[in-house]
Design a protein around this ligand. Structure first.
Ligand SMILES: Nc1ncnc2c1ncn2[C@@H]1O[C@H](COP(=O)(O)OP(=O)(O)OP(=O)(O)O)[C@@H](O)[C@H]1O
Length: 831
């Protein structure tokens, strides 16, 4: 389809006309924003001058309040107008540079003439506001651009389906208000433009893809039906991109009911949060809430526990077989004997505690606690028991057994607070109270005296001041000292949650590990006490355990769990089950305000974690984006066969969309990386060509570092802006950074799990932190069999290699990893 000179000139003229109108609108809006801004300043400055305050009579007071309200309303109306005008101005300023990227000529059925529809990142109307010069890419009619080639087409509007013919489809690249590229296309979105976009240099921030959204990605973006939308997409297939455009789409479509703070994105790490944070603002939308699952766990459990993060857990798992990563030749270290047992036990524990089976165990346990086995911390005050744990248990089971656990605890809370009141009365004559009163300052005495006078008012002179004052002060002292206990009771700290979790693993506890040795603390408040009592049970009851099918290494799992708990440490695999059990007992915390939850890298969540999130956000729709080939954690993945995750809301409410085409990397890179994983044949490369990956074998670390430095120089010389040296672990990254930094002419960044952001340039990054992000060139620090030898490391290696957009180079200290099998010999160059 050849474009004529006339076409170019007509389109260029239209761009000039439209952008001229935009400029006029911008000038008008700038004036308006300036004026409203000064109105706001003026109103604020003279706020009280305009308000008449007179409280002498009821009428005057009412009038004063009305005048105050009027002034406040005026201010907030002006502020709102200012905000709206500023937002529109921002959008127009972005539009004027590149007003649109696509055109479709659509002729509705029964009509005789087509209409040219121009699509941009925001809508723009003519002066009379009765005709769109530019349509928003999210408008119903715009879906034609993404879903169809010219021919018979249809789109859905709130009033039903509209059918017709697409007569023309044209794509533009417009910069600085001039057309740079323009072509007509016969396919949905022409590959030419996409190729051009993808061959750009990568950035430390993700870009919007609205001009080149692919048909299958559009299905994700515009899906409005599924309660649970699961996307299984290969590396680089645009899952994150589609998810972000989806957020923008939903905010547009439901703009009257949905705001950005009702949408939450769960990212793999804080670095990623920063990486995606500019996409929505670029589209003129506010960012949704962004968090990580880890940050959530930390918020809920961090006060009481040292919660392990997922990266530390992963580092533990990856440490298999490596005792030293610092030496010239790292020693192969195979765990032996007890050490091996401990390693395997942890793996088995990680797997089991993340499974739906363990979730079912907690449900069964919850049922059990309705009738037996509940544990409480005794209520203590000044080292003495006010209420023993046995007394609390007795009280708990005296309530109607049909009452749910959280409601029963609610009743318990009220009862304990009453008991504390009675207890306080009995303390009035205690010697410690007298001692505390003597230590009070004269100011506190004086305050007590004033309060006493107030109490005595109107009661004659019958009081004995001295006695009354003493009682008053004593009450104050007791109240103050009991405050932490009362607060702890209000927060349900009398429930022995640690003991309850421990009880799940109790059978295997060895005799000599008595309760006393396991106490967490010795403080005087119930907050830091852990002293569960033994409950008298019949022998049959004692044998009860909710865990029927015990996983391998069960007794070692129990032992480890107990030891960690005793030190107030919560391994990552225990954090979610603990939280779930805690809420099953004390009541689930839910967030009903959030309407959309987007989970990126969903394959890294266990079925258990997703079940927890479902509970946490009961009114939300979920979008889960993942790739089983990038499941790097040892726990069961919610994405294994997609079954566990699909079962979450049931088949009627679930939709699965698969993306097979990879856009990030060149065809050569995809042809190589897909050979690393099993079933990789289904991964389709996009037709952007480049150099084959290179493999460089070295015999020692010294040559590794000098060859790496030379490769970095070469890549910088080629003009690549972002180059990552991907090491397997944090310690390997540190080692690489230390060795390479002195050899480079440019700054070398080191990314750790604490890094909040990253910039373009050259950096060293551990493999698991590179998830979700991309670089122009990737250098695998050591892709040897020694580093990537175990089957569980295959996906980590694949994830690292798939971060590259244009170039990939694998260095290997010794024999190359077996994941690059013989079938791939032709797919790379050996240097
Ligand atoms: N339709 C598109 N138009 C332009 N670029 C695209 C398109 N789809 C994807 N891309 C680009 O491909 C790259 C990979 O996209 P993205 O990070 O969203 O993929 P992903 O599936 O989340 O990857 P991974 O699972 O490997 O992290 C990005 O640079 C993105 O901009």
């Amino acid at each position: 389809m050849n474009l004529t000179e006339q076409d170019w000139s007509d389109e260029e003229q239209r761009v000039q006309e439209v952008t001229a109108k935009m400029r006029i609108r911008i000038t008008g809006l700038e004036d308006q924003v300036g004026k409203v801004q000064s109105d706001v300043v003026e109103i604020r400055k003279h706020y009280w001058d305009e308000v008449t305050m007179d409280m002498s009579t009821t009428e005057d007071a009412a009038e004063s309040i009305a005048s105050m309200r009027q002034q406040a309303e005026l201010l907030s109306e002006r502020e709102r107008t200012h905000r709206q005008a500023a937002v529109t101005l921002g959008k127009l300023k972005r539009l004027v540079n590149s007003p649109y990227f696509g055109r479709i000529d659509f002729m509705e059925r029964e009509e005789r003439q087509g209409e040219a529809i121009y699509l941009g990142i925001a809508a723009f109307l003519n002066e009379q506001e009765d005709h769109y010069l530019v349509y928003d890419w999210r408008a119903p009619i715009s879906s034609l651009y993404y879903d169809y080639a010219p021919g018979e087409v249809a789109f859905t509007t709130p009033n039903g389906m509209v059918e017709g013919q697409m007569l023309l489809k044209r794509q533009f690249v417009i910069r600085d208000s001039h057309i740079q590229l323009m072509f007509d296309t016969g396919v949905t979105i022409g590959d030419e433009l996409l190729k051009q976009v993808l061959s750009r240099s990568s950035d430390a921030q993700m870009k919007t893809i609205v001009a080149t959204i692919q048909k299958e990605q559009n299905r994700i973006i515009r899906n409005d039906k599924a309660r649970m939308l699961i996307v299984q997409g290969v590396a680089g297939s645009g899952k994150t991109s589609a998810a972000l455009q989806r957020v923008a789409y939903l905010l547009y479509k439901h703009r009257d009911q949905l705001s950005s703070d009702q949408m939450v994105l769960f990212s793999p790490n804080p670095l990623f949060n920063h990486y995606v944070s500019t996409v929505l603002p670029e589209l003129g939308e506010e960012n949704m809430q962004q968090t990580t699952y880890l940050a959530y766990l930390e918020r809920r459990l961090g006060e009481e526990f040292d919660v392990e993060d997922s990266f530390t857990q992963l580092e533990f798992v990856l440490a298999r077989g490596r005792s030293s990563e610092n030496g010239e030749t790292a020693q192969e270290h195979i765990p032996q004997g007890d050490e091996e047992c401990a390693y395997n036990a942890r793996l088995s524990g990680i797997h089991y505690k993340s499974s739906m089976e363990f979730l079912a165990v907690i449900h069964a346990y919850q049922e059990r606690l309705m009738h037996a086995d509940m544990l409480f911390n005794p209520i203590k005050f000044r080292e003495k028991e006010v209420l023993s744990a046995a007394r609390l248990v007795e009280r708990f089971y005296s309530y109607d057994p049909a009452i749910r656990l959280p409601n029963r605890l609610e009743l318990m809370r009220g009862w304990i607070l009453e008991q504390l009141e009675l207890f306080a009365e009995h303390q009035l004559e205690e010697a410690w109270v007298e001692e505390e009163i003597e230590l009070l300052s004269s100011e506190e005495y004086h305050l007590a005296y004033l309060r006493l006078r107030k109490l005595e008012r109107g009661q004659g002179d019958t009081f004995d001041d001295f006695d009354q004052e003493r009682v008053l002060l004593a009450r104050d002292v007791i109240k103050e000292h009991l405050k932490p206990v009362r607060n702890a009771v209000k927060r349900l700290k009398f429930v022995d949650l640690i003991g309850l979790y421990w009880q799940l693993f109790r059978e295997e506890i060895r005799e000599e590990e008595t309760m006393h040795e396991m106490k967490v603390g010795q403080g005087s408040s119930i907050e830091n006490q852990w002293s569960p009592i033994e409950i008298q049970r019949s022998p049959e009851e004692n044998q009860w355990s909710p865990i029927e099918n015990k996983p391998p290494y069960w007794s070692a799992i129990c032992e480890r769990t107990l030891k960690e708990l005793a030190q107030a440490r919560l391994p990552y695999e225990d954090a979610t089950p603990f939280l779930y059990m805690m809420e099953a007992v004390c009541g689930f915390q839910t967030n009903g305000a959030v309407r959309h939850v987007i989970i990126d890298e969903a394959q890294d969540y266990s079925p258990f974690q997703l079940a927890y999130l479902k509970r946490l956000f009961p009114r939300c729709r979920m979008t889960a984006l993942g790739d089983l080939n990038q499941a790097i954690y040892s726990h069961a993945s919610a994405y294994s066969e997609i079954d566990p995750i699909a079962a979450l809301y049931g088949p009627e409410q679930t939709e699965v969309i698969r993306l097979h085409r990879s856009y990030r990397s060149t065809r050569e890179l995809v042809e190589f990386t897909r050979g690393i994983v099993l079933g990789g044949d289904a991964i389709e490369p996009f037709t952007r060509g480049g150099a084959k990956p290179r493999v460089i074998k070295v015999s020692d670390r010294r040559s590794l570092h000098s060859l790496l430095a030379a490769e970095i120089d070469r890549l910088l010389g080629e003009g690549y802006a972002s180059i990552a040296i991907i090491a397997k672990t944090a310690s390997e990254s540190k080692l690489a950074h230390q060795a390479l930094e002195p050899q480079l002419q440019v700054p070398l960044g080191l990314i750790t799990k604490h890094s909040p952001t990253f910039e373009s340039g050259v950096l060293v990054i551990p493999s698991y932190l590179a998830k979700g992000v991309e670089f122009d060139a990737v250098l695998i620090y050591d892709g040897s069999r020694h580093q990537y030898g175990h089957e569980t490391e295959r996906k980590l290696f694949y994830t690292a290699c798939t971060r590259a957009m244009h170039e990939l180079c694998i260095f290997s200290l010794g024999e190359l990893t077996g994941f690059v099998g013989e079938h791939l010999t032709d797919a790379y160059e050996c240097v």
